[in-house]
Design a protein around this ligand. Sequence first.
Ligand SMILES: Cc1ncc(COP(=O)(O)O)c(C=O)c1O
Length: 587
Amino acid sequence: MSIQTSQVLPRTPRNRPAAAYDLRRVREDFPILRQKVHGKPLVYLDNSATTQKPQVVLDALQHYYTTDNANVHRAVHLLSERATRAYEEARVKVQRFLNAAESREILFVRGTTEAINLVAQAYGRRNLAAGDEIVISYMEHHSNIVPWQILCEQTGAVLRVVPIDDRGELLLDEYRKLLGPRTKLVSIVQLSNVLGTINPVREIIALAHRQGVPVLLDGAQAVAHLPVDVRELDCDFYAFSGHKLYGPTGIGVLYGKAALLEAMPPWQGGGDMIHSVSFEGTTYNVLPYKFEAGTPHICGAIGLGAAIDYVQSLGMGAIAAHEGELLAYATARLAEVPGLRLLGTAERKGGVLSFVLEEPPIAALDVGTQLDHEGVAIRTGHHCCQPLMDRYGLSSAARASLGLYNTREDVDALVAGLLKIVAAETARSRPQQVSSGAAPVYPEAVAATPEEAAEELIELFDFLSDREDRYRYIIDLGDQLLPLPETEKTEANRIYGCQSRVYLIARKRPETDDVVDFLAESDADIVCGLIAILQRVFSGQSARRILAFDVEIFFKRLGLDQHLTLGRRNGLASMVQRIRTLAQQLA
Ligand SMILES: Cc1ncc(COP(=O)(O)O)c(C=O)c1O
């Protein structure tokens, strides 16, 4: 069974009057916010990464699996009919939410990333050839860069990048200049996940359309924070993710104008996307099914529909007004933190506050780790925007991002945490570093074997039962690291995947058979501490013993597997891997 009718919406304004915004009641809708983390009330300020889910979304998911679960579009039985109806109703909810002309213009995908890849492959491969140009901007997320790079490799097309100014605003004059006879597609973020910049997308679209160039908008960050009307914007494609709109993960949307989608070939083959299949040839289903091969994320779509109902019950205008007011408050309060530099100060901004602590310098990873101890959840890293971070000469930044349930008290908790971190850092005396360029000085082994060194550490950690004490001890260990000469901080010595800048060198100790010495350094204190732990266990030991040492069991016994986030454990694993590789080479 295939539903082949498409709901058509008249072109009507959709802005309903917003009810008064009752923040206390809104927060009650989100059970996850009631918890404590590390003994402190949870302050969730990582909404750009993903948003929390209101009870109505959780109920919708539960209801679907409890009462309606069946595959869609396929069977005649009642459950399948109910599941199909709920799935298709969700599509209509998305259509109305975006004010798309027809429900067949709404394709369910996994998220923004898949939506952009779909356009790159299905539209791009059909319509772009060698020398054609795709225009993106400097502030794009990797998911609006890499799919186009792949397309460029496949077709010989070329990527052109619109620069930005220091405030984080697109240079529209440069954009105008980049639009040329070879431009075949523009793909731009509506609201930057690092800078918070709200781009002048109407103007961007109008300029491209003047040259007959279609425009894709990456709405991943915008859709939960601004009213979006794809017909008013006149964008050709619009991509977003359900999980950033208070809905489930694994579901997202690609909106495309029907005429464009009609002309595009399918990008994945399988069940549901066909009209008929024979070995002689296959014909494809109508929109939107042509682009929904296989069993879709039925429950996800239904949950997304519930999330849309929820935000619409609050009113997108009211949400934007609340977050705008909170952004102004947060911007003013962050200015009180000494040495804090805000990234992204565009005239039009959404609730994203990325920053670095420069005086005293404190690595973003350490800021995030210490705020977590205070119950404050923020994001640190490159935010999947490495070219943008390079533009600012940074490898990582901290980011607090606001959602519809955030309060002034949340912002106050963030600022209090930051002030505490800066005060502690200012009071801290750091060990003297040797002058840069000096020959490396390697530490002596702390025990006869890695096992003995490990036992000593395990005993010490057993003694420190409190999480905070262990953290402090790790930081103190890191403070005692012997420094790595500046000349060794090269690309070849860099280790990626550690959420900070890490360099590591090793040598076979002169006049020994296979004794390995190593030195490493990071710009993050917590990583320096982890390096110090590895150094105590491995440095000055024989390569054979290093390779025989069971590091997994050691980390478990140390309790590091519980105390470190997965990302940091992966970073630790990358360092261990490098040490083992070097030990193998030097043995
Ligand atoms: C601007 C922007 N685009 C695209 C994405 C990718 O979204 P997803 O990982 O949900 O596909 C993100 C995610 O953070 C984003 O912020």
